[in-house]
Design a protein around this ligand. Structure first.
Ligand code: CNA
Length: 257
């Protein structure tokens, strides 16, 4: 199938479904100016000024052993507070409003789906918006983190503040995981986008959709700029920019704009 045929088919699948689930990652936000991890322009490949790999800096152990260096990296590489939702975020929000899409499941921590208007967003890796004191649990917004020179300390008890994001070596939130699996297994259409599916357990969630063989009418689409190891199991795989693809597909749907 060429691109035109793929987007036509993709639109046809959306027209036929009212139970779509979206599963996405950092590639959803690159068109908003936030770099992903693994692209050639991603954080893993543009990290010259730090001689420690990002996956080490963004780990639980590193946070506690090198809190100052962690925050230095986190504030300069992970916080993009001026970024705005792009077409991908906006169209997913519209599909939810039209009662077609039931949930957005994201590995992103940037809050852009909510800013675009999506209501049911499952954040598997937490969000930069929420931060809390490790000692007294007092909550802080992200501005408090930015305004502190180095490590942010609690103004109530002096404890270290940690962003409510899931670091390497940490467990995912049990409720978020359960809810994500529930939506994916019940969906009749899965759209995966902007994720290398390389971070465990991302590929596992996707496999949950394919493991139920009872519904033979299920449809699946993956949109990722580069190929992934899983492209072949999807009905349609598109290696293009997700914002552009979703915009084109949305214009072909039987819904009012
Ligand atoms: P990843 O491993 O960096 O993969 C991103 C994928 O997206 C790559 O395969 C790219 O080819 C693809 N991609 C990049 N731009 C586009 C685009 N415009 N359209 C379609 N595809 C594109 O990131 P994953 O999300 O798979 O890995 C999970 C990590 C990344 C999670 O822990 C996130 O928290 C973390 N992360 C999040 C953000 C964010 O919140 N915006 C930014 C950077 C990293």
């Amino acid at each position: 199938m060429n691109l035109e045929q793929k987007t036509d088919k993709f639109a046809e699948y959306i027209n036929q479904s009212n139970n779509i689930v979206f599963f996405g990652g950092a590639g959803v936000s690159t068109e908003s100016g936030i770099p992903d991890f693994r692209s050639s322009s991603g954080i893993y490949n543009k990290n010259e000024e730090y001689n420690t790999p990002p996956e080490v800096i963004l780990s639980h152990t590193y946070f506690f052993e090198n809190t100052e260096k962690f925050y230095d990296f986190y504030k300069s590489k992970m916080l993009y507070l001026n970024a705005k939702p792009n077409n991908a975020h906006k169209i997913l929000a519209k599909l939810e409003k039209k009662n077609k899409l039931k949930a957005v499941i994201t590995q992103n921590i940037d809050n852009l789906h909510q800013e675009a208007g999506s209501k049911n967003v499952i954040e598997l890796h937490g969000t930069v918006k929420n931060n809390f004191c490790l000692d007294c649990r007092k909550k802080f917004d992200v501005n408090y983190i930015i305004e502190r020179k180095n490590v942010p300390y609690c103004d109530n008890c002096g404890g270290i503040i940690k962003p409510d994001v899931v670091l390497y070596e940490e467990q995912l939130n049990y409720e978020a995981v359960n809810s994500a699996i529930n939506y994916i297994t019940k969906a009749d259409m899965l759209i995966v986008g902007g994720t290398s599916l390389a971070v465990y357990p991302a590929a596992y969630y996707v496999s949950c959709f394919f493991s139920d063989n009872k519904n033979t009418n299920k449809k699946s689409v993956i949109i990722n700029k580069t190929t992934t190891d899983y492209d072949k199991i999807f009905d349609i795989s598109i290696n293009e920019k997700i914002g552009e693809v979703l915009k084109k597909v949305y214009s072909e749907l039987y819904v009012d704009n």
